[in-house]
Design a protein around this ligand. Sequence first.
Ligand code: SF4
Ligand code: SF4
Length: 472
Amino acid sequence: MYDPKSLKAGDFICHDEVMSTLAYAEQNKTNVAFIDTLIAKAKERKGLNHREAAVLLDCSLQDRKQEIFDLARQIKQDFYGNRIVMFAPLYLSNYCINSCVYCPYHRQNGHIQRKKLSQEDIAREVAALQDMGHKRLAIESGEDPKMNPIEYILESIQTIYGVKHKNGAIRRANVNIAATSVQDYTKLRDAGIGTYILFQETYHQKSYEQLHPAGPKHDYAWHTEAMDRAMEGGIDDVGLGVLFGLENYRYEFVALLMHAEHLEAVHGVGPHTISVPRIRAADDIDPKTFANGISDDLFADIVACTRIAVPYTGMIVSTRESKECRARVLGLGISQISGGSRTSVGGYYDLEPEAKSSAQFEVNDTRSLDEVVAWLMELGYIPSFCTACYREGRTGDRFMALCKSGQIQNCCHPNALMTLKEYLMDYARPQTADRGDALIVSEMDNIPNPKVRALVSEHLLDIQNGNRDFRL
Ligand code: SF4
Ligand code: SF4
């Protein structure tokens, strides 16, 4: 029985409700009057429920689809402006006891190079990431209680925050590790993590169990209920995601929104972010063996409809996607991207080819962070290295309230300019710095409040004079 308030996975991701929603979307996908009502509702910028969003995703009427894209673009602009937050993944260990059939770290893969970073290795990796200009990381690790116990993850977080190399610092470490207990989530909260990220991979229980034939991840309920335990453990910000390509995209889209509705219904706050990874080639993995791969056009539809359905949730796209694809979806709702990523364990410091053999998947966008920064500015975006919210205690429902009211923009835009200035001073190539300085000058006019404008002006000068870490 479908119940978004239930704490049981089978109730809040109710298979029958997903199937009935898909039938409902199929019935209504050419119902122009109804689609117009939904678009009008979406224009109120309060989101759509999973049934309503499913109809828009299925809509194939070209003029209405264009309206959906235009609205996604406008909502993105209203809530996020033109800033794009930058981050990088940091792989700590690829030891894993699970058997996910789409991931080269699965335990049966005997020829991938297994690596686990020591604390000294992590310090070197973090210094290399800081030398690129990164301030925000997503920590990744396989699940292996012996090799990567929670104590190892906690010590690693401490190491990451402790590295102060030149003007660099990691100011926000998000964590993407296996589903764990309430007690362990509390430990992660106490270690000062930003967002806890866990991809569902697929919400379709039968497929999920086939794709995870052994190991603790095989337990669908344990995995699907992880965000509730994380929130019970005191983590305010959680990040959802599915791996598109494993199951039918319509099923995943609907269930993902049901999961967001569940978090809102139970905890009063929806997901902080939603990631939209697509399956990629990797050692021992051929994405062609997965029948549910989606085209770039469908991918764009999914991003636009997600943006409309949950306007206040950050959306993340990684270097799994090509430059062209990233350019397209940035306009439709993506607010955060990675740049200069290495998906191998130790890949930032150790650029030897052997590092590739420990990679989780092939990176599609292989440009350096500076190239990505310059490119974003060319496209009219402000690359942002902001990490202010969680450091200012703006998390969970406090953050969501500011976000829903649109007031967060008054912080995001000035913080983007100040953190970009730090990047330009410390890490950018001369041509990137010139372009960035010109962008900052022109963007200053877009700070509406004269007091804030004066404060930012003052801090930009402070940064020019060697001071760092200003934030609103
Ligand atoms: Fe392990 Fe995660 Fe890869 Fe599964 S997806 S094999 S849990 S690292
Ligand atoms: Fe993100 Fe908050 Fe910074 Fe805005 S002010 S970019 S929401 S951390």
